[in-house]
Design a protein around this ligand. Structure first.
Ligand SMILES: C[C@@]1(CC(=O)O)c2cc3[nH]c(cc4nc(cc5[nH]c(cc(n2)[C@H]1CCC(=O)O)[C@@](C)(CC(=O)O)[C@@H]5CCC(=O)O)C(CC(=O)O)=C4CCC(=O)O)c(CCC(=O)O)c3CC(=O)O
Ligand SMILES: NC(=O)C1=CN([C@@H]2O[C@H](COP(=O)(O)OP(=O)(O)OC[C@H]3O[C@@H](n4cnc5c(N)ncnc54)[C@H](O)[C@@H]3O)[C@@H](O)[C@H]2O)C=CC1
Length: 238
């Protein structure tokens, strides 16, 4: 099956989760990092939901009862994750009549989309899918990535969140812009960032951002210097 991978924003979108077990909780936790409006319907809730039950009443609705077909109305995304295969199929059948995209935890064939494993380092999202053939493999690869992508990636992306639009508006030559972006994304430049971090001999992943503001400033300066160097070299060559 050929899937089309996308990164959804879900701002103000309505999301329904049917069931509140282990699998529903995993889906809910990831959704809770977005600004979606999330409704969970289930007679029983996994204790992992406890910290969320009293929180964010404007964004979360928890209904402690069995699913009703009215729950499906006006939803944008629907996750069906009860432990009853026949019930999941029946809910999927009803949900297909709505406009929402649906995911059925135990039935990839009836789903409009699958949920990939996710490794997140700040704004860097690496998602892994096994095409539904062996989710345990997606999980295994996700774990391996943790060691390969350090905090230098999230710091670079955090700084680029501001710098990218500045570079696009200030540098007219698109060839130069491309050169700048490609060099900032290169492995050798990421190694330079890593070296600044390693000099401090601190594990930034365990620290709060306020505690390593100076390192961020140094990296910001490194990026500005790098951009200047690339500009000079480019001007000399063209
Ligand atoms: C199709 C899909 C539907 C969907 O949920 O979208 C689906 C379906 C099913 N998974 C099942 C089992 C397991 N799922 C996991 C783990 C994860 N499953 C996830 C996604 C997906 N699972 C979608 C495809 C993604 C892809 O393309 O790879 C991850 C990646 C994301 C997430 O759920 O957050 C998450 C890893 C999160 C992480 O990184 O930790 C483990 C591993 C473990 O528990 O150790 C096991 C046990 C071992 C095994 O079965 O491999 C069964 C029951 C089979 C049975 O009855 O035996 C079904 C139903 C079926 O196959 O029909
Ligand atoms: N996609 C994935 O990653 C995985 C999917 N699965 C499948 O996902 C499904 C759920 O598994 P778990 O979360 O481990 O089960 P679970 O037993 O932890 O949770 C099931 C939930 O369904 C709820 N439920 C039962 N009847 C309901 C109804 N009428 N209306 C609303 N909610 C109802 C229960 O209250 C409970 O909260 C199973 O079908 C399983 O095969 C299993 C492992 C991984």
């Amino acid at each position: 099956m050929n899937f089309y991978p996308i990164n959804l924003k879900l701002e103000d979108k309505k999301v329904l989760i049917v069931g509140a077990g282990k699998v529903a909780l995993r889906k809910f936790k990831r959704l809770s990092t977005t600004t979606a409006q999330i409704k969970v319907v289930s007679p029983d809730f996994n204790p992992g939901f406890d910290p969320y039950l009293a929180q964010n009443r404007d964004r979360y609705i928890f209904l402690k009862r069995k699913f009703k077909k009215e729950d499906l109305i006006k939803q944008d995304l629907i996750f069906i994750a009860t432990n009853k295969t026949e019930l999941n199929k029946e809910i999927a059948f009803l949900a297909k009549k709505q406009k929402a995209l649906i995911n059925v935890a135990d039935n990839s064939a009836k789903s409009d989309f699958n949920v990939p494993a996710l490794f997140k380092r700040g704004d860097l999202n690496l998602t892994i899918s096994s095409g539904g053939n062996l989710p345990a493999l997606a999980k295994n690869i996700r774990k391996k990535l943790e060691n390969q992508f350090g905090i230098e990636y999230s710091i670079l992306l955090e700084i680029m969140a501001e710098k990218r639009s500045m570079i696009i508006s200030e540098i007219e030559n698109s060839k130069l812009r491309k050169k700048i972006f490609r060099e900032l994304a290169s492995t050798s430049f990421l190694t330079e960032i890593r070296q600044i971090i390693d000099k401090e001999q601190a594990n930034l992943l365990e620290l709060k951002k306020e505690d390593y503001q100076q390192i961020i400033t140094n990296i910001n300066n490194l990026i500005s210097e790098k951009i200047k160097e690339i500009k000079i070299e480019f001007d000399n060559n063209y």
